[in-house]
Design a protein around this ligand. Structure first.
Ligand SMILES: Cc1cc2nc3c(=O)[nH]c(=O)nc-3n(C[C@H](O)[C@H](O)[C@H](O)COP(=O)(O)O)c2cc1C
Length: 252
């Protein structure tokens, strides 16, 4: 039993996968680099990449040295510029190659980038409270839904951990495994999980530049979280989340 789970961490699967039979090798078109959304879904342009105001910045050594999991947030709104900056830092596109490939600000196995970013926005200036999804290609948000008691429902879905309920916004990353399987077949899943770590680490470091804090969360109720996001839990499911909020200037 233990070995079965442990083997997920090993790369032995690579010797079992016939890479000549993956969809990529068979000439199947790559899946789109972002999950499509209805054309008429309400979208929101974000402040342009690199055009943010009031992002003081911090040198990399300081950001790395100060990074820590922060679970206490001020009741202070995040600005749209700050949110835009955090989205760029975590999943922004550096260079689009074609409809199936784009380089982002984080690395990803085979450049597959099989994650989507949902936001449970509770206190972002200029953004109604609700659930949104980042559209990296156009650096925009699409509105997913709003409902009563969003904060309480999110807290319930993380087994009662209270900090997402007090955050300005919570990043929730979902996996679309096929985007990775298209290239790697059954060797997709380990690297997909590793990819999520890069994204969250960039969020930690970018938060340091805007006087905010975050805390990685991997303990959550899978079914409740997928229900919360209104996703199917099979072709797409939640894998990781991180609440973000402003912190005291002294970091305490
Ligand atoms: C993969 C992963 C999962 C985590 N899950 C949780 C979690 O569910 N709840 C929580 O409060 N902290 C969680 N954390 C934060 C860790 O507790 C934290 O990183 C650790 O205590 C070290 O503290 P530091 O990040 O301040 O260095 C998680 C961290 C990682 C990397």
């Amino acid at each position: 039993m233990k070995n079965e789970f442990m083997s997920f961490l090993k790369d032995s699967v690579r010797q079992q996968v016939d890479f000549s039979r993956t969809d990529q090798s068979r000439g199947v078109e790559p899946p789109p680099i972002e999950k499509p959304c209805p054309e008429n879904a309400p979208k929101r342009d974000l402040p342009g990449i690199g055009q943010w105001k009031n992002i003081p910045g911090v040198d990399l050594t300081t950001a790395i040295a100060n990074r820590q999991s922060r679970r206490a947030y001020l009741r202070q709104a995040l600005t749209l510029d700050e949110l835009s900056y955090l989205l760029w830092a975590t999943q922004g596109i550096r260079r689009k190659i074609d409809a199936g490939h784009a380089y982002r600000t984080v690395p990803s196995a085979g450049c597959r980038h099989a994650l989507e970013t949902y936001l449970c926005a509770l206190n972002v200036r200029g953004l109604d409270s609700g659930v949104y999804r980042y559209l990296p290609v156009g650096h925009r948000l699409v509105f997913e839904f709003a409902e009563e008691r969003l904060d309480e429902k999110l807290v319930e879905a993380v087994f009662g951990q209270p900090y997402p309920g007090r955050a300005a916004v919570t990043f929730i990353w979902t996996a679309l495994p096929y985007r990775m399987e298209w290239r790697y077949g059954l060797a997709a899943h380990k690297v997909l999980a590793i990819d999520a770590g890069h994204v969250c680490q960039n969020l930690y470091l970018a938060c340091e530049a805007i006087g905010a804090g975050t805390c990685a969360i991997a303990a959550y109720d899978q079914e409740a979280m997928d229900r919360f996001l209104r996703i199917d839990g099979r072709d797409e499911f939640a894998v990781y989340l991180a609440p973000v909020g402003k912190i005291r200037a002294d970091g305490g």
